[in-house]
Ligand binder design. Structure first.
Ligand code: NAI
Length: 331
């Protein structure tokens, strides 16, 4: 199938070229948007990632240009306008589970980077400052860790914390799973999780229900000094409320891989440009906030799986075989 591949990075191209088989792929550096959708003209398949723009205008333009399949090379699909998908008959496939470990392990890395003040510690040592004040962390063993969303990624995170660190893990999810229950993880209402946790890690998808799940009201109910980790989607946290929580000390540390308004920032080298997003600049100003640029998925194993499963999805659609990773409108 002829595929227009948007927002290409060298690591994407390497992984997809190794798996390409019968498909013909044209790689575009640009993010898909209303300004760049004309590049997809005449391509039956378009491949996009988590920060491409897939609003109604873009979806209608794709279909008018001859696109039949939208292949998301990511798990999250909160950026797709499914009303427009329904109106146009565009088929949408995704890669729901390329490597839960990649994301869960990055969440653990963020947790410990915040807890043990690693960015500050590393830069102090580089500067020849070996003093330890300001670097006091906490043991994770026996602490209460709240996991919001125990799907594929949240379950791996919960297992690492429970069996690796020896933490007491509690969870909140509208659909509890047997694997977590078998590990002895208690499911509790969100209110309880917020009030009891020393560390909270977010692993739910971004939906209407989870939008600003961590807002000012939720933050006021947290244990003072809690560490919050977010590798899910930026808008699960109300950024301004988190900034206020960090300023007051109600939030003791924040480790995030995703940010509410990351679309225009992440995945590009902007080191020569002024940072115009004042909220993001404020977040970066906190010693106890560690921010990575949506890289939790970025392991060799995950990239290989993303390429393999995306191309398998396209082969299924092309050959008329039912595709188990096709998203229905209920998504
Ligand atoms: P999943 O679909 O396996 O699990 C999500 C879980 O969240 C489900 O058990 C669901 O019942 C639960 N859930 C839904 N709404 C909830 C709510 N309001 N409160 C609590 N739980 C809720 O998804 P998976 O694979 O574990 O991924 C989770 C999210 O991680 C994705 O939706 C995506 O946004 C994000 N992600 C981030 C990546 C990164 O690089 N930072 C990479 C891959 C995924």
């Amino acid at each position: 199938m002829k595929v227009a591949f948007f927002h290409t990075k060298p690591y994407d191209r390497e992984a997809f070229e190794a798996e390409r088989k019968g498909h013909e792929i044209d790689y575009f550096d640009q993010r898909l948007s209303e300004e760049t959708v004309h590049l997809a003209q005449g391509y039956p398949a378009v491949c996009v990632f988590a920060n491409d723009i897939l609003n109604a205008r873009v979806i209608h333009a794709l279909v008018e240009g001859g696109t039949k399949v939208l292949a998301l090379r990511c798990a999250g699909c909160n950026h797709v306008d499914f009303d427009a998908v329904g109106e146009t008959g565009l088929r949408v496939v995704n890669v729901p589970a390329y490597s839960p470990n990649a994301v869960a392990e990055h969440a653990v890395a963020l947790m410990q980077a915040v807890n043990r003040h690693l960015p500050r510690a590393v830069s102090q040592v580089r500067m020849g400052n070996y003093a330890l004040h300001g670097l006091v962390g906490m043991d994770v063993v026996d602490k209460t860790v709240g996991v919001v969303g125990t799907g594929r990624i949240g379950t791996v995170f919960a297992r690492i914390l429970k069996q690796g660190f020896g933490a007491e893990v509690i969870a909140h999810d509208p659909y509890p799973n047997d694997e977590c229950r078998a590990m002895g993880i208690d499911y509790v209402p969100l209110e309880d999780l917020l009030a009891r946790s020393d560390i909270i890690s977010l692993h739910c998808p971004l939906t209407e229900d989870s939008h600003h799940l961590i807002d000012a009201a939720a933050i006021s109910r947290l244990k003072r000094g809690v560490l919050i980790v977010n590798t899910s989607r930026g808008a699960v946290i109300d950024t301004q409320a988190a900034i206020d929580g960090l300023k007051s000390g109600q939030i003791g540390g924040l480790g995030i891989d995703v940010y509410e308004n990351e679309g225009p920032l992440f995945w590009e080298d902007r080191s020569d440009e002024p940072l115009t997003d004042d909220q993001f600049a404020r977040l970066l100003g906190f010693q106890n906030a560690v921010v990575t640029g949506h890289q939790a998925f970025l392991t060799r194993e995950a990239l290989d799986q993303i390429a393999k499963q995306t191309l398998e999805n396209l082969t299924c659609i092309e050959t008329g075989v039912a595709c188990e990773r096709e998203l229905t409108l209920a998504a």
